[in-house]
Write a protein that binds this ligand. Sequence first.
Ligand code: SF4
Ligand code: FES
Length: 278
Amino acid sequence: MSEQRSVASDPRHSTGGKQIDITLEVWRQPGNNAKGRFERHEMKGVSTDASFLEMLDGLNENLSNAGKEPITFEHDCREGICGSCGFMINGQAHGPDRGTTVCQLHMRRFKDKAHLVIEPWRAKGFPVVRDLMVDRTGFNKIQAAGGYNGVNVGNAPDANAILIGKDAASEAFDAAACIGCGACVASCKNASAMLFTSAKIGHFAMLPQGQPERYRRVVRMFEEMEKQGFGACSWTQECEAACPKEISVKWISRANKDFLKAKLVKDSGGSSDDGFAG
Ligand code: SF4
Ligand code: FES
């Protein structure tokens, strides 16, 4: 299927920047069990000032105006903070820029006459809902298995009431920067969710509030990760390269260490339910 589409007349796409023509091959799939296929769209006069999602908005408007089904893709904040957006562009999760979500990617990054293949995350743990949208319930289940503090500490205290060293607070924040987008899974040849899971584990492991359930948490979250169909980590580190928040693989090493400790304590007669100091 080949269609001529122009987004130059849309005010969002004609803010005075350069204009380029691109060819899109977009994955279309009406449902999880339906057969999918690539659909070609020739886009003329795309402003290089437009974001990638604005370019897709323009295409969707044209499709709707022609009485056709628009392309389904997820988005919310469009500021790189919510984790809703994400798909593969020419085989790269979130596109060619490091540390950038697809909602922050701009068309100036592409050359005139570029040929862009757009596909959803492909992983057993992320079944396709429709077109470029996948079901990331697996991530929610991993989080629900232990990514919380279950200790009743009463009302929220003042932010400075629990004294936490600057280094620990900064490191916890680095891990907490994970937005749950799923690019790490999509870029891993094993579709492993280790970077996501270990970032969530590491966030709590750095803080005093995370200590009471620290070892129970890692076991539960690792077990849930496997249950949700995500693969094992074989340390190719592609996840770190693809992560728009640049989450480090050091969190995987740390979580593995905690998992080992939890298992050793349990196997030697102790209980991994009871936390012990790092
Ligand atoms: S670790 Fe990075 S790539 Fe993976 S879900 Fe979190 S933000 Fe996305
Ligand atoms: S839409 Fe929120 S991170 Fe992209």
